[in-house]
Design a protein around this ligand. Structure first.
Ligand code: ARG
Length: 260
């Protein structure tokens, strides 16, 4: 009898040891799945462009592009890693293969398509010229003799170069889009030229006024990849899924609706 009892106790002990080992084993695998085993999707952005990409008060990335990128990475089973750089350096980073994709409110222009591949468009924004109310700049004609600020490497940089000849203004180029706001506030530029969605946000928060650029018909924003990247098709499929499920509309409501 004693022998049987000892035997069954031993079995119970062994079983509980196995269960303990088993669950411990499982925990480790699931933990490493989350952190180490998942492949990393490296994205670059220029986090100076609210509501698409900027920093929250704790220093984390936030914005429409950031959340859409997380949703895409999640669907594809990657961990997303985000690198912040000057807008002007984004295409070069893709070409050098330093990052897998770029989301930065980047307009999918034909010119850029010579060097990178774009996903389907995920948003369309016009362009605006904004200034302090006392500058009284309400049309392209009013730009004569003024200083117009643009971000380096943007379609507005190119647009401003062309317009400046006809309308007689000076173009000032800065690396960082948020610097344009400081430059306006401290009167170092008279006008800032930028994407409408972003401009409307600054008009609200800084009390600037502005008018739509009547000359442009810029293409919508796309996600950029190195030429020939297999991710283009995969991401396009995910974008379609996210559109069909209403996730993209949900993100647009959350981040963009008040700026349009
Ligand atoms: N849409 C414009 C362009 O593609 C400006 C984008 C600027 N983006 C940024 N994250 N600063 O040229």
């Amino acid at each position: 009898m004693k022998k049987i009892m000892f035997h069954s106790l031993f079995v119970v002990f062994m079983v509980s040891m196995l269960v303990a080992c088993g669950s411990e084993g499982e925990d480790t695998t699931s933990a490493s799945n989350d952190s180490e085993d998942k492949e990393i999707l490296k994205m670059a952005t220029s986090a100076d462009f609210p509501p698409f990409e900027s920093y929250d008060t704790e220093g984390n990335f936030e914005g429409f592009d950031i959340e859409l990128a997380h949703a895409i990475a999640n669907e594809l089973g990657y961990d997303l890693e985000i690198e912040d750089m000057n807008f002007d350096g984004l295409i070069g980073a893709l070409q050098a293969g330093r990052v897998d994709m770029v989301m930065a409110g980047m307009s999918a222009t034909e010119e850029r398509s010579k060097n990178v591949d774009f996903s389907k468009e995920y948003h369309r924004s016009g362009e605006m010229l904004i200034s302090k109310p006392d500058a009284e700049v309400n049309s392209l004609e009013d730009l004569e003799g003024k200083i117009v600020g643009v971000q380096l490497g943007t379609i507005q940089e190119e647009g401003a170069e062309t317009l400046s000849e006809e309308y007689g203004f000076e173009v000032k180029k800065v690396d960082d889009s948020s610097v344009l706001v400081q430059e306006l506030n401290s009167n170092r530029i008279d006008v800032a030229y930028m994407d409408k969605t972003v401009a409307v946000g600054y008009m609200d928060s800084q009390g600037f006024v502005g008018f739509d650029d009547p000359t442009t018909s810029s293409p919508g924003m796309g996600i950029a990849f190195p030429k020939g990247s297999e991710l283009v098709e995969e991401v396009n499929a995910i974008l379609e899924e996210l559109e069909a499920s209403g996730k993209i509309d949900e993100l647009k409501d959350q981040w963009l609706s008040e700026y349009e």
